[in-house]
Write a protein that binds this ligand. Structure first.
Ligand code: RP5
Length: 161
C-alpha cells in the first residue's frame, strides 16, 4: 500500500531540513515516502511523480525547496492533491528567496506555505497529519496526544542551564 504522504525535495541538500517532516510523521505513526524531485534538474521526474501521485494513492504532498524554489508550485500545478510547501533556508539569502518563491502563487493554484526551515518542515508534517486525521479517528487521537505531550513539556518557569 502506498504511504499517504509524499515528501519531495529539490536536492539531497534539502534532506537536513525535510527529515524533520519525516521524523514528525514517524512520531505520529503516519507512513511517508521521501524522494528527490527537482523542478530544474529532473523536470521529467517531477512531471511523472506529480501527475501520477493521486493515482498512486498519495493523499498529501509536502514539497521542500530552496532558492528559486519552483518545486511546490509546479507540483501543485500538476496534481489536485493538497501541496504544502517548505521554504528551505538558502546560503545566500537565508531562505527569504525560497519563501517568496513558494508563497506568491497566482490565484488558482494553491500551495500552503509554511515557515522557513525546520519549523516549517515540522509544521508541514503536522498539517498533513491533521488533514488525514479528518477521516482517521485513530490518527486524530494520536495527534491530540502529541499536542498534549508538547504542552505538558513546557515548564512554568525558566531555569539556568
Ligand atoms: C533547489 O536548489 C533545492 O531545493 C536546493 O534547496 C537548492 C540548492 O540545491 P543544491 O545545489 O544544494 O543541490 O533546487
Amino acid at each position: 500500500m502506498t504511504a499517504p504522504i509524499a515528501i519531495i525535495m529539490g536536492s539531497q541538500s534539502d534532506w537536513d531540513t525535510m527529515r524533520h517532516a519525516a521524523d514528525t510523521l514517524e512520531a505520529l505513526g503516519v507512513a511517508c515516502e521521501s524522494r528527490i524531485v527537482s523542478a530544474h534538474r529532473t523536470p521529467d521526474r517531477l512531471f511523472a511523480f506529480a501527475k501520477g501521485a493521486k493515482a498512486a494513492g498519495f493523499k498529501v504532498i509536502i514539497a521542500g525547496a530552496g532558492g528559486a524554489a519552483h518545486l511546490p508550485g509546479m507540483a501543485a500545478a500538476l496534481t489536485e492533491l493538497p501541496v504544502f510547501g517548505v521554504p528551505v533556508e538558502s546560503k545566500t539569502l537565508k531562505g527569504v528567496d525560497s519563501l517568496y518563491s513558494i508563497v506568491q502563487m497566482p490565484a488558482g493554484i494553491p500551495v500552503g506555505t509554511l515557515a522557513i526551515g525546520k519549523a516549517g518542515a515540522i509544521n508541514a508534517a503536522l498539517l498533513a497529519a491533521a488533514v488525514l486525521a479528518l477521516s482517521d479517528p485513530a490518527l486524530s487521537t494520536r495527534l491530540a496526544a502529541w499536542r498534549k505531550a508538547q504542552t505538558d513539556a513546557v515548564a512554568e518557569r525558566p531555569e539556568d542551564k
